[in-house]
Design a binder for this molecule. Structure first.
Ligand SMILES: [Zn+2]
Ligand SMILES: [Zn+2]
Length: 323
């Protein structure tokens, strides 16, 4: 049995739908390129296009789906959770027999704004378990449904909302899935999660500036990055931007790669893309990161330093990984 992780919202801070004009420009460019493509096979042609020239990286904000055995978990409820909620309605959630676990890293808008549009929450009989390390979890959750910010009051939610206060660095179990919260570097308290399941492990370290990167700085939060098959890491900014935006609470890919290469993380997925970054810019940042990665490997080899090779990519919405 594997654990499946799906990126439902790779965008940070604010959802960014493509405008109709942007879609038109992209379609026009694709059609022009197809005209000069020697083989008249649309499907084959499309496979030659990079993410930035076809579907893009995605505009929905923070939400990750985790599924193993019969347990369905979500980390954060940004706009990425809206469609997911609609799909769940065709299963037990539509009959008021669903059970869903929502784990929150923190309560910035981009991580909660999808909550009032997560339809299973309105269906009587459903059980919605909500988890966070922060105190006042229930107060913060209720606040989302306060007038004048949302017309339906908290009292009208049909589902049973069950609150679970998590303890820092203390594992909780969902069947055979073990989840442990570790503290991240963010302007408001923010907790990432490490998942362990039948010898496989991954961590979600978003929103995270990565100010503490060395083993000694990380201290009790170091296990967040150790012995991982997969690390999902905050790369909102280019490295240069990250050095200029101190205390903004977000990181860049080289910082995540440094940690991953030191700790032997097998694969890194970068998310929380800047809403101000176009698909072209994200793809250029990916190229800069590739240069950085190659130079680090080369430098380590030259001095005989022990670092690990890492598979990595910038996430496209919908990316699914099975561990
Ligand atoms: Zn965020
Ligand atoms: Zn945040």
């Amino acid at each position: 049995m594997s654990i499946e992780i799906q990126i439902l919202g790779p965008r940070g801070s604010l959802a960014i739908p493509m405008t109709p004009r942007e879609v038109e420009h992209r379609v026009q460019k694709i059609l022009e390129d197809y005209n000069s493509y020697p083989i008249k096979d649309v499907r084959q042609f499309l496979t030659t296009l990079p993410i930035s020239q076809l579907g893009g990286y995605g505009g929905n904000t923070a939400c990750i789906r985790v599924e193993a055995e019969d347990t369905l978990l979500y980390i954060d409820a940004g706009t990425g959770i809206r469609k997911e909620g609609a799909q769940l309605m065709s299963g037990p959630c539509g009959k008021g027999q669903g059970e869903v676990h929502l784990m929150f890293t923190h309560f910035h808008w981009d991580h909660i704004v999808g909550l009032p549009f997560f339809v299973p929450i309105f269906v009587p009989g459903n059980k919605i378990h909500v988890y966070a390390v922060q105190d006042d979890l229930e107060k913060m959750f209720r606040h989302v449904f306060c007038k004048p910010y949302f017309p339906v009051p908290y009292e009208a939610l049909g589902a049973d909302i069950i609150y679970h206060k998590l303890e820092p660095r203390k594992p909780v179990k969902f069947g055979e899935i073990q989840v442990t919260p570790y503290e991240l570097d963010h302007p408001d308290p923010c907790w990432g999660y490490r998942f362990d399941y039948k010898g496989k492990s991954f961590s979600y370290a978003v929103d995270n500036e990565g100010v503490r990167a060395s083993r000694s700085e990380l201290g009790p939060d170091l296990p967040m990055y150790q012995d991982l098959d997969l690390l999902i890491f905050d790369a909102q900014y280019t490295f240069k931007e990250a050095t200029e935006r101190v205390d903004w609470g977000h990181s860049s890919a080289p910082i995540g790669l440094d940690i991953a290469m030191r700790e032997g993380v097998k694969r890194v997925i970068f998310v929380h893309h800047d809403p101000a970054a176009s698909d072209k810019k994200i793809s250029e940042t990916e190229e800069q990161t590739a240069k950085y990665y190659r130079s680090m490997l080369k430098a380590a080899k030259r001095v005989g330093e022990d670092i690990f090779e890492v598979e990595w990519e910038f996430a496209q919405e919908g990316l699914t990984i099975n561990l």
